[in-house]
Design a protein around this ligand. Structure first.
Ligand code: HEM
Ligand SMILES: *[C@@H]1O[C@H](CO)[C@@H](O)[C@H](O)[C@H]1NC(C)=O
Ligand SMILES: *[C@@H]1O[C@H](CO)[C@@H](O)[C@H](O)[C@H]1NC(C)=O
Ligand SMILES: *[C@@H]1O[C@H](CO)[C@@H](O)[C@H](O)[C@H]1NC(C)=O
Ligand SMILES: *[C@@H]1O[C@H](CO)[C@@H](O)[C@H](O)[C@H]1NC(C)=O
Ligand SMILES: *[C@@H]1O[C@H](CO)[C@@H](O)[C@H](O)[C@H]1NC(C)=O
Ligand SMILES: *[C@@H]1O[C@H](CO)[C@@H](O)[C@H](O)[C@H]1NC(C)=O
Ligand SMILES: *[C@@H]1O[C@H](CO)[C@@H](O)[C@H](O)[C@H]1NC(C)=O
Length: 317
């Protein structure tokens, strides 16, 4: 009897842990679209083979989706004559990219299993597959998100952290999403891959003192005080196409590209010890990164009858 009772309690605990994840589960499509994961993986691999940077772009899309009213595919909606969304909001305009890859994945999924796999889930899976493809950790992506029918430019403006933010503003921005200081430091490690525009790091290389002078000087050669806003520089100056922990080493050397990056380490900040830890221990960075990505992916998903499964990720049905 006692044995049955403990089995029952374990069952309750398992059921509750599913609920705590916002009803998302790794096996969500295993009967309705068993090919879903392999289709996304194939397309992400092909896209990265064509252009390595797009792996970084796909990771960022999932982040910018999740931080604005939850992971609901809202960033993918195109503006039109009667609708203004997030794609052209300040943090995304001329900067968010990878949309064609999502379109290609969606087209294949609509052929394989029409109206089953959400655009929000495609973003979550593509982010994981990009990280893996570029040498980072893997994790089981929780699935079952549905897509929004709308998007909010003002929420995108307000909720996506800016590169000019100081540490306390970064912490508040993450805390507003239910993410911890550790999640902030870990997820910022995404800047081990990808590129940023001059306009995103100009103020840091001309105005800040927490930057290595020769590093600042070399960036100033490419990014003038005015003009050339779209000139690109790697977020990880050493290995921008490799998912590793050199991002944190750069911070220890005062060679973070963005003001917000260097805020995480200044020799006297509350996050210094975390940066030191992950600079020294790639294994623990990878393990924590997987956990924090799952946590970010659980931000306010639409489930049940909320939202829809978009047919075209760029437009509400
Ligand atoms: C902590 C606050 C963060 C700030 C202030 C920030 C800011 C930025 C900025 C300004 C850029 C360059 C955009 C451009 O110039 O076009 C960028 C790029 C990028 N961000 Fe972040 N970011 C943050 C956190 C994150 C997180 C949490 C992730 C992923 C989970 C992420 C992933 C990326 C990636 C991969 C790129 C490169 C994209 C590409 O090359 O297309 N960032 N970020
Ligand atoms: C390959 O990448 C380039 C950007 O470097 C992009 O313009 C093009 O659309 C991509 N091709 C395919 C087939 O995805
Ligand atoms: C987005 O960028 C384009 C091209 O630079 C610009 O014409 C447009 O005004 C920008 N949109 C917004 C809403 O800022
Ligand atoms: C979003 O931010 C941009 C630039 O900071 C600003 O021009 C625009 O008015 C803002 N839009 C909304 C809806 O908040
Ligand atoms: C951080 O930025 C906020 C908002 O700009 C500002 O109010 C605050 O004083 C700054 N904090 C520090 C410690 O610089
Ligand atoms: C440096 O900071 C000042 C004051 O905030 C600002 O007006 C100026 O545009 C900044 N310079 C650059 C190159 O960003
Ligand atoms: C370190 O930060 C504390 C409080 O944040 C400050 O009182 C102290 O002066 C700082 N020390 C150095 C060396 O910057
Ligand atoms: C404009 O976009 C919104 C959101 O995707 C969509 O609901 C609406 O049908 C679109 N309108 C037109 C004319 O395409």
């Amino acid at each position: 009897m006692a044995c049955f009772r403990s089995l029952f309690l374990i069952l309750i605990a398992v059921v509750c842990s599913f609920q705590a994840n916002g009803h998302l589960s790794p096996g969500y499509y295993s009967s309705t679209c068993p090919q879903a994961l392999s289709i996304v993986k194939d397309e992400v691999a092909a896209a990265i083979k064509n252009e390595t940077r797009v792996g970084a772009s796909l990771l960022r899309l999932h982040f910018h989706d999740c931080f604005v009213n939850g992971c609901d595919g809202s960033i993918l909606l195109d503006d039109n004559s009667t609708f203004i969304g997030e794609k052209t909001a300040a943090p995304n305009n001329n900067s968010a990219r990878g949309f064609n890859v999502i379109d290609n994945i969606k087209a294949r999924l609509e052929t394989a299993c029409p109206r089953v796999v959400s655009c929000a889930d495609i973003l979550a899976i593509a982010a994981r597959d990009s990280v893996v493809q570029l040498g980072g950790p893997s994790w089981n992506v929780r699935l079952g998100r549905r897509d929004s029918t709308t998007a909010s430019r003002s929420a995108a403006n307000a909720s996506i952290p800016q590169p000019s933010f100081n540490l306390s503003a970064l912490i508040s921005s993450f805390s507003a999403q239910g993410l911890s200081v550790k999640d902030l430091v870990i997820l910022s490690g995404s800047h081990t891959i990808g590129l940023a525009r001059c306009t995103s790091f100009r103020s840091h290389i001309y105005n800040d003192s927490d930057i290595d002078p020769s590093f600042a000087n070399s960036l100033q050669q490419a990014c003038p005080r005015s003009g050339n806003d779209n000139v690109l520089a790697p977020l990880d100056r050493q290995t921008p196409t490799r998912f590793d922990s050199l991002y944190y080493e750069n911070l220890l050397d005062k060679k973070g590209l963005l003001h917000s990056d260097q805020e995480l380490f200044n020799g006297n900040s509350s996050t210094d010890d975390l940066v030191k830890r992950y600079a020294a221990n790639t294994k623990s960075f990878f393990k924590e990164f997987a956990k924090s990505m799952i946590k970010m992916g659980n931000i306010k998903p639409l489930t049940g009858n909320a939202g829809e499964i978009r047919i075209n990720c760029r437009k509400a049905n």
